[in-house]
Write a protein that binds this ligand. Structure first.
Ligand code: PRP
Length: 186
């Protein structure tokens, strides 16, 4: 086990304070919107673990959470929109108000598939809360009702976002230095 090196990062894209304030804002909006409806949080493993943990602690403790793990078939690092379920929900979503909790919407392909999949199971409503969104990278426009922080279209890690399974535990989000992932030095 070795500590991360600050030279692994080019710059901080979202500070811990930015993330905390965004979570407060998201939770307040969700509390208001679901004041008179039951809610089921559906986290998408693994990236959404941090967002789910921090969001759920800002919502009533009675709100249930469930998890899905999906794998996107794609060429190289790009998701294709063809999604395979690695771990399905434990809950039956029929008639339930589902809120998908994501760490990031990048191309939007994973999310578009997930929303369609959960709707097809008879959920009463399906909405999305995403901690981060890369607007420049959106290929498929999906309605994301709750967006934490818009971030630039860079290779970022932290707060659930990984590079080769590393850096998910970083409490802030940073642009990864090219030397870490084998890119050309900037
Ligand atoms: C990430 C992220 C989203 C998806 C977004 O998951 O958590 O689910 O990619 O990309 P898209 O908008 O281009 O579809 P990833 O497949 O990297 O798995 P992870 O959560 O385990 O890191």
């Amino acid at each position: 086990m070795t500590d991360e090196d600050s030279s692994d990062f080019l710059r901080v894209v979202a500070t811990e304070e930015d993330i905390r304030l965004a979570l407060d804002r998201l939770a307040a909006a969700i509390r208001a919107d679901y004041a008179d409806r039951d809610l089921l949080l559906v986290g998408v493993l693994k990236g959404a673990v941090m967002t789910m943990a921090d969001l759920a602690r800002r919502l009533p403790a009675t709100v249930p959470m469930d998890w899905m793990a999906v794998s996107s078939y794609g060429a190289g690092t790009r998701s294709s929109g063809v999604v395979r379920i690695l771990k399905d929900l434990d809950a039956d979503v029929t008639g339930r108000n589902v809120l998908i909790v994501e760490d990031i919407v990048d191309s939007g392909r994973t999310l578009a598939w997930l929303v369609a999949n959960l709707r097809s199971r008879g959920a009463a409503s399906v909405e999305v809360a995403a901690m981060f969104r890369k607007p420049d990278a959106a290929v498929i426009k999906t309605d994301v009702r709750y967006v934490g922080i818009e971030i630039p279209n860079e290779f970022v890690v932290g707060f659930g976002l990984d590079y080769a399974e590393r850096y998910r535990g970083l409490p802030f989000v940073a642009a990864l230095a090219p030397h870490v992932y084998g890119g050309a030095p900037s």
